[in-house]
Design a protein around this ligand. Structure first.
Ligand SMILES: Nc1ncnc2c1ncn2[C@@H]1O[C@H](COP(=O)(O)OP(=O)(O)O)[C@@H](O)[C@H]1O
Ligand SMILES: Cc1ncc(COP(=O)(O)O)c(N)n1
Length: 267
């Protein structure tokens, strides 16, 4: 059996719940070999982001060269990219190495409100990364910022946003419904032909730190393992639902999800 590999290009969350740390834990749980390129360090815990220290773009490029020229990868995801210089560097390297199965998680703001992407970088993300994406996974506020739609609340508005992002070059779009209200957390997958809704019971919990990172990392791991986009997204939904449903109860704020829960359930 050949080892399947996945690369995350993202920021570090010192608290371990989101960012690079969430991604690597998810890769490990889903049986793929995890690699990482850091774009920024954050001084962060469950109560907030206390500092951001971006990595110089040249060093992001050097990390990508180191990983891709030697190990290669079966899939890649990007998370926090911070500014347009880092975005342009990452896009250039993804193209240079012809990296397959690229998942774009358009991380913009931390749950507590700290910016993880400068405003000037939104256009760069649309121009340089969206057209490379096999899957893009915005939450509702991110979908609003990317599309310019004033409000995305209803199912029809979610469909409209998905159509726009597909038209702009993403092969598949998942609009995540975590930020809406109601008894279900419903995400919408669009592949340019049909819409598929993925629904799970909404848990009334504060402990959703890192849900978006974990969900996108699970999609990436699925694609690395050879699953179709539909299969990878369905598995990711099960993974994140299990992770949210068994919170660890650590920290004094928005605690991390439980990356062990999915495999524990499988056993
Ligand atoms: N309270 C919740 N209960 C169940 N699922 C949730 C809850 N909050 C988020 N999710 C799910 O977690 C995943 C990440 O969604 P979301 O929280 O919207 O992303 P982000 O972390 O980027 O803001 C989605 O599949 C979403 O439906
Ligand atoms: C380094 C880093 N990257 C991403 C997030 C977003 O986390 P979430 O998945 O909760 O939106 C974060 N808080 N920190």
């Amino acid at each position: 059996m050949s080892i399947k590999k996945a690369l995350t290009v993202a920021g570090s969350d010192s608290g371990g719940g989101a960012g690079i740390q969430a991604d690597l834990k998810t890769f490990q749980e889903l049986g793929v070999y995890g690699m990482s390129v850091l774009t920024a360090l954050t001084a962060q815990n469950t109560t907030g982001v206390y500092g951001v220290h971006p990595v110089p773009p040249e060093f992001v490029a050097q990390q990508m060269d180191a990983v891709l020229s030697d190990l290669g990868t079966n899939a890649v995801k990007t998370g926090m990219l911070f500014d347009s210089a880092i975005i342009e560097t990452v896009a250039r390297k993804l193209k240079e190495y012809g990296v397959p199965n690229y998942v774009l998680d358009p991380v913009m703001v931390a749950k507590g409100g700290a910016p993880l992407l400068l405003q000037e970088a939104v256009d760069a993300m649309k121009e340089h990364l969206l057209p490379l994406a096999m899957v893009v996974t915005p939450n509702l506020p991110e979908a609003e910022l990317l599309t310019g739609m004033e409000k995305i609340e209803t199912h029809e508005q979610m469909r409209e946003a998905a159509r726009i992002l597909h038209e702009w070059g993403a092969q598949n779009v998942v609009i995540k419904g975590g930020h809406s209200t109601g008894d279900f957390a419903t995400d919408l997958l669009y592949d340019g032909r049909e819409f598929v809704e993925l629904s799970a019971a909404r848990f009334h919990t504060e402990h959703t730190h890192g849900t978006g990172c974990t969900f996108a990392a699970a999609i990436t791991a699925g694609l690395a393992s050879g699953k179709t986009v539909r299969e990878a997204v369905e598995q990711a939904k099960q993974f994140i639902t299990a992770a949210i449903s068994h919170p660890l109860g650590i920290g004094h704020g928005h605690g991390p999800t439980n990356h062990w829960a999915y495999r524990a359930k499988e056993r």
